[in-house]
Design a protein around this ligand. Sequence first.
Ligand code: MG
Length: 256
Amino acid sequence: MRSTLPCLLLVFTLPAFAAETPADPLPPPEATEYWTPVPPIITANPGSVPSDAIVLFDGNSLDGWQPVRAGESGWKIVDGAMVIEPNAKPCDQVTKQTFGDIQLHLEFRTPAEVKGKSQERGNSGIYFMGLYELQVLDSYNNPTYVNGQAGSIYKQHPPLVNASRPPGEWQTYDAVFVAPRFAADGTLVTPARITALHNGVLVQHDSILKGPTVWRGQPAYKAHAEKLPLLLQDHRNPVSYRNIWVRELQLPVPAR
Ligand code: MG
């Protein structure tokens, strides 16, 4: 007759083994969940402007804009687009409203008829706060200095790639601009930063600006208002713009 002792031992030792399993070392999932503040609800349907955006140009009116020098203009509306009319004396356009941190969307088109080369071809620009330029240029088979081509932060950062479409085609810019912060005594606390997508492709990732855009010399910060107008550059080339909107943001800035 076979002994039943091994089976009995197994039955009586299993519960003792289970009791020695270590406790779950992680806190409950609820410990890392928070429910407030609740993000505002907006609508963002495909192909339409987000419900919390400010439309700066919808194809019908330049009411949101004014020439940088009163009494001059040179810009007109043609087939729903805001178009630069080249004059001997360029005249930039600025928004009547002022902005700090923003998300920007716009579409631009450089002239189908190619004239000039390098910086003289389809040149314009988006100046955040009227000071910090995201370059607009016809950079389709148009060599120039790389920190001055389309998608560059002019004279500071070249784009990660050249995503330019041929001249005469509409192109998009989507950008996030973080305004610089200044202390009460005028010293710089945090610099301006730009993230930008050109035709849906990342060309600037949180690029840190050295100061306002300058053509010659080195940029240097000088304290300015928390909000300033957005500016579109007249560089004597008939560049067109349409579907311009911004969303005002108040972004956290990293400690320096
Ligand atoms: Mg320019």
